[in-house]
Design a protein around this ligand. Sequence first.
Ligand SMILES: [Zn+2]
Length: 441
Amino acid sequence: MIHASHLIRSASLLGKGTADVLVRDGVIAAVGQDLGGAAIDGATVIDAAGLVALPGMVDLHTHLREPGREDAETVETGTRAAALGGFTAVHAMANSSPVADTAGVVEQVWQLGRESGWVDVHPVGAVTVGLAGEQLAELGAMADSRARVRVFSDDGICVSDPVMMRRALEYVKAFDGVIAQHAQEPRLTAGAQMNEGKVSAVLGLAGWPAVAEESIIARDVLLAQHVGSRLHVCHVSTAGSVEIIRWAKGRGICVTAEVTPHHLLLTEELVRSWDPVYKVNPPLRADEDVHALRAALADGTIDIVGTDHAPHPSEAKECEWAAAAMGMTGLETALSVVQETMIESGLMTWADFARVTSAAPAAIGRLGDQGRPLEPGEPANIVLVDPAARWNVDPAAMATKGRNSPFAGMELPGRVVATFFRGHPTVLDGRLNTPYLHGAR
Ligand SMILES: [Zn+2]
């Protein structure tokens, strides 16, 4: 059997010193200066001078929409988008139709991911049956299934009942799971259309107060402490939420937190355009929130970037604001937005980038073969980035079915040149190559 091998020449590892990386049989076979000799005979050479090599990105928060909403996205189209965006693993949120609340549905999504072969697809299990908040789902059966679910979330909806949240936190301790909470007190946000503040007052739209997010986070970190379990806070969006998480971490509470690329760059001022592409849950907030989120990601209070990639069919967005669906696409722009907001600003290095987009999300999801360092013997999940490239965001040119990118028309830095998934190039020269064939090697 012939094993394809690739020699990545002169890449800057994590933006630091340059080295050659030999990829063979799905793993990093060697890292060093001017690799040569018989070991590299037959390897396809990739000139990576000027490119940054990073561990494949891991998304803890992706909506792939399948089963049930294939008009919005499929596992195939969503994972193509992920590979093009530099990802080698995504967590597929449970709010599909049917909801991923049984071993059968999570195994179906996991299997679709295997068949697609663009990235690892790790299904997220629902916390409650049908996301209804009334009855705990079969968490143990999902954990024991072939999908080996470790992340559970009713995302899109908050687990607002404190008794239900406590029971879920207790239950997942048995298999080292984590509850990922969409923090939104429902009664404080009934009918809310945007952030509550100056702009909502001017526009006459029902506001979404910061306290609706912060009160749930405060309650949940205390519950996590009480139960001694793991809590993950999805898409933190306010400065006050950052303060609560910082306090909880200071007390040793086992909490991790996530921020989306769009909350790192965009503010509520965009809602003045009345363009529903800016309608999202949680809503775009104020400038001071954006600054607090960037600082929190840089200092580690917020652990990871999660895309909350949420594709919608055009009819769900091309309508009046009040009727429009909430959500934005993000897989194919995440790297560039984080480079723009965190690296170009001087707040983070590429090594920090690798931590918040790969190592930390893989650790939260308990993935053993993702988020690993670029060292010999490690799985060859690698992305090569041209940090000097600049490009104009064109949603029509993307692999996702969703056209609802809030970055459309913006010029952003950084392009994914190649993505290696289990040693196989899923992306080459910035274009899709071929998928990885599971079981073929
Ligand atoms: Zn959410």
